[in-house]
Write a protein that binds this ligand. Sequence first.
Ligand SMILES: Cc1ncc(COP(=O)(O)O)c(C=O)c1O
Length: 449
Amino acid sequence: MTDSGTRALEEITTKIEKEYRSRTPRSEAIAAEARKYLPGGDTRRSIFYFPYPVWIDHADGCHVYDEDGNDYVDFHNCYTTMILGHGNPEVKDAIKEQLDQGTLALGSFKKNVVEWAQILCERVESLDQVRFTCTGSEAVMMAIRAARAWTGRDKVVVEYAGYHGAYDAVVFPPDSRGLPKSLMGDTIIVPYNDKEALARTLQEHKGEVAAVVLEGLMGAAGMIPPKEDYLRYARQVTTEHDVVFLLDEIISFRLDYGGLQRIENIKPDLTTFGKIMAGGTAMAAFGGRHELMQLYSPDSQVLHHAGTLNANPLSAAAGVAMMRQITPELIARLNGLGDALRDGIREVFQKAEIKGQVTGMGSLSNVHFGAVPVVDGYTARDTTNKQLLHLLHLSLINRGILTPERAMFCISAPMSARDISNAVQVVEDAVYELKPYVERIWPELMGTV
Ligand SMILES: Cc1ncc(COP(=O)(O)O)c(C=O)c1O
C-alpha cells in the first residue's frame, strides 16, 4: 500500500469508528467490563469485531435494539438461525407451555421429541432416523463417528476453508494450534466445487476414507453455492468408493422444505442439521440411513451417544413450533427476497464501479470484495479484501443494518420487500461513503468483476 493509501485508510477508519463510538457508548462500556471476565470480552470469535461489538438489549421481529437504544434491521439472525425473526408468538407460546408444565430438562423421555424427529424425517427424503445433539459441532462429530464405525476406516475428506463447527477433525486450517497432529493426519482437504480433485483424492486413498463431509453451500466461507452438478457428483463418486457421504445442511436446510438435497436431487447417507430446526434454542441433529443410525441404537450397543440436555423438552417444543411454520410458501417468499437483495446490491457495485461480488442462494447472501470470482474456499478466503469488508460492516451498522463482519445477509420471515429495498439503499450509501477512499487505498478494486 502506498503512503497516501495508508493515510486514507487511517482517515476513513477513524471517521467510521468515531461515528460508531458516538452512537454506542453503552456498548463500549459493557465491552470493557466484559473484557475483565471473558477472554477478549468475547463469547465466540465469529460474532466479535473491532473496536467492540454492539451489545443487544432486546429484539422483536426483524429488529434488534442495542443497549444505547439504536434500532437495527437484523440480517445476522444468529448466523441464519432465526428464520422467523425474533419473538415469534408460536415459538414463545410453546416455550411458555413447557415452563408451565415444569418440563425444561428431564432424565426421562417426553413425547414431543418424537414429533420433532418425525417432522425432520418426513421433510428430508434421505432421513430414516435422527438423533439430537446440543450443537451442530456434536452432530458432525457423531455422524463422522458413525461413518468410521460403519466403514472401519479413519480418514475424512473435507473442503478447503469449510466450516463444520468445533470438532477437531474438521477444523480449518488443520494445522491450527491446539489440534492433535495424531488426529489431523486423518483429515484430507479438497477444494470445494472441484469434481476432479474429489475423485483423485478418493482414488489415491482408496479403502482409507470413511466419509466425505461437505457443506450444502459454503456458509461461513461466504455463502458459496455448489456448482451445478458438484454435489450430485460427490454422491456418485462416494457411492463408487463405498464411502459415507455426509452432507452438512446446518445452514443450507433453510433453502428448501426438504433441504438443499431436495433441490440437488441427492440422497446423502448422513445429514447434519442445526440453526432453524430448534426454534432458537441450543439443539441440532444428525440423521440418515437406517443401518447407519442403528449403530446408535441400544439394541445394537455399537456406538455411545451421550449428552445431558440432548433432545430436551424445551428445545423440542421450540423446534416443533418453528418447523411447523416453515412452509414451502414461506421458503419461496424468503428466497425471492434474497434474489431481489442480490440483484440490488450487484447493481450498486456496478454503478459505483467497485469490484464487489454478491454470492449466495435463496435467502442467504454474502458480499465479497475482490477481482477473482468467488467460487470456493480459496477464492473467498485468500483473494478477497477483508479490510474493506470491515469498513463496510461498521458503516452498515452506523446506518441501522446489522450483519456479521463478513457482510452476510440472511433474510427472516418478518422482512418485507420494503426492508430489502431499504437495505439495498443503505448498502449504496455505505458504498458511496467508501468509494473515494477505495480509489486511493485499493485502486485495484475499482472497476467491475
Ligand atoms: C455448516 C455448519 N456446520 C456446523 C456448524 C456448527 O454448529 P454449532 O455452532 O451449533 O456447533 C455450523 C455453525 O455455524 C455450520 O455453519
